[in-house]
Write a protein that binds this ligand. Structure first.
Ligand code: PGA
Length: 255
C-alpha cells in the first residue's frame, strides 16, 4: 500500500515565534499517524533547528526543507547544501516548486542536480510539477507535465524512485483559491502514474505517492483525497493555520 502524506509548505511566512506556536498547536491535536499516513512540515531554513526539536518525540511527522543547493559544498554564498540540511534532521526536500521555477529561473538541469544531491544524502524528494493556465486552456497539460517528469526523474533508478514523492500543483490553482476539480485532479494523477509505470514499471508506479497541491484546504481536502490516485496534499496557505491544517490531516486519516 502506498503512503498517504500531508505536507505543509510554509513558503516565506512566519517568524521563529509564530512558527513555534503553529507547530505546538498542530502537535497538541495530532491524530495517531502511521508509516502509511505521514505528515511533513517544511518551514523556512531558519526554523529548521527549532522545529526538529519540537517534532523529536513524535512519530511519522517529518521535517522538510523547501529547497537545496545544486552543489555538494563550497563557495556558493547564500545556498544551503542537502548534506547540511540532512545534518540538521531534515528528511524531505521540496524540489521544483513552480515558484522556484518561475521566480528563480530553476531549469530542469538545476532540478536534476538538486534531486541528485537530495537522494545522495538519503533525503526524500517531493518533486513538484504542474501546468500554467495557458497550457490547461489549450488542453495540453498531460504532455506538459509528462515532459516535466521525464526531464527531472527519468535518469533515476527504480531503487532511487522509492525515495521520490510527486506533487501535482497546477499553477493556476496555487494561492488563487481556485482548486482543480476532483475530476481534473484524478485525471492528472492517473496520467502521472501511467507515465511512471511506463518508465519504471508497475511496482514503482503503484507505490509512488502523488500529492495534490493548489488551494487545497479544510473544505475540499476530503473530496480531493477520496480520489483513487490522490495520495494526500502539499498545502500552502491552509498549512499556516492550526485548525485548517489539522482538518486536512484528518481528511487524510479517513481517506
Ligand atoms: P496553496 O499553495 O495551498 O497556498 O495554493 C500550495 C503550494 O504552492 O505548495
Amino acid at each position: 500500500m502506498r503512503k498517504k502524506i500531508v505536507a505543509a509548505n510554509w513558503k516565506m511566512n512566519l517568524n521563529l515565534e509564530e512558527g513555534k506556536t503553529l507547530v505546538d498547536g498542530i502537535l497538541g491535536n495530532l491524530p495517531m499517524l502511521t508509516k502509511q499516513k505521514q505528515v511533513v512540515i517544511a518551514p523556512s531554513f531558519v526554523h529548521l533547528s527549532q522545529t526538529v526539536v519540537q517534532l523529536d518525540e513524535y512519530e511519522h511527522i517529518y521535517l522538510g526543507a523547501q529547497n537545496c543547493a545544486t552543489e555538494a559544498s563550497g563557495a556558493f554564498t547564500g545556498e544551503v547544501a542537502a548534506s547540511i540540511l540532512a545534518s540538521v534532521g531534515v528528511q524531505y526536500i521540496i524540489i521544483g516548486h513552480s515558484e522556484r521555477r518561475e521566480y528563480f529561473k530553476e531549469s530542469n538541469e538545476a532540478l536534476v542536480k538538486k534531486i541528485n544531491q537530495a537522494l545522495a544524502n538519503n533525503l526524500q524528494v517531493i518533486f513538484c510539477c504542474g501546468e500554467p493556465l495557458v497550457i490547461r486552456d489549450a488542453n495540453e497539460q498531460n504532455t506538459y507535465v509528462g515532459k516535466q517528469i521525464e526531464a527531472a526523474l527519468f535518469h533515476l533508478s527504480n531503487e532511487q524512485m522509492k525515495n521520490v514523492v510527486i506533487a501535482y500543483e497546477p499553477i493556476w490553482a496555487i494561492g488563487t483559491g481556485r482548486t482543480a476539480s476532483t475530476e481534473q485532479a484524478q485525471e492528472m494523477h492517473a496520467h502521472i502514474r501511467r507515465v511512471i509505470v511506463n518508465k519504471f514499471g508497475e511496482a514503482v508506479g503503484a507505490n509512488i505517492s502523488i500529492l495534490y497541491g493548489g488551494s487545497c484546504n479544510d473544505k475540499n481536502a476530503i473530496e480531493l483525497f477520496a480520489c483513487e490516485d490522490v495520495d494526500g496534499g502539499l498545502i500552502g496557505g491552509a498549512a499556516l493555520k492550526v485548525d485548517a491544517f489539522l482538518a486536512i490531516i484528518n481528511a487524510m486519516m479517513f481517506a
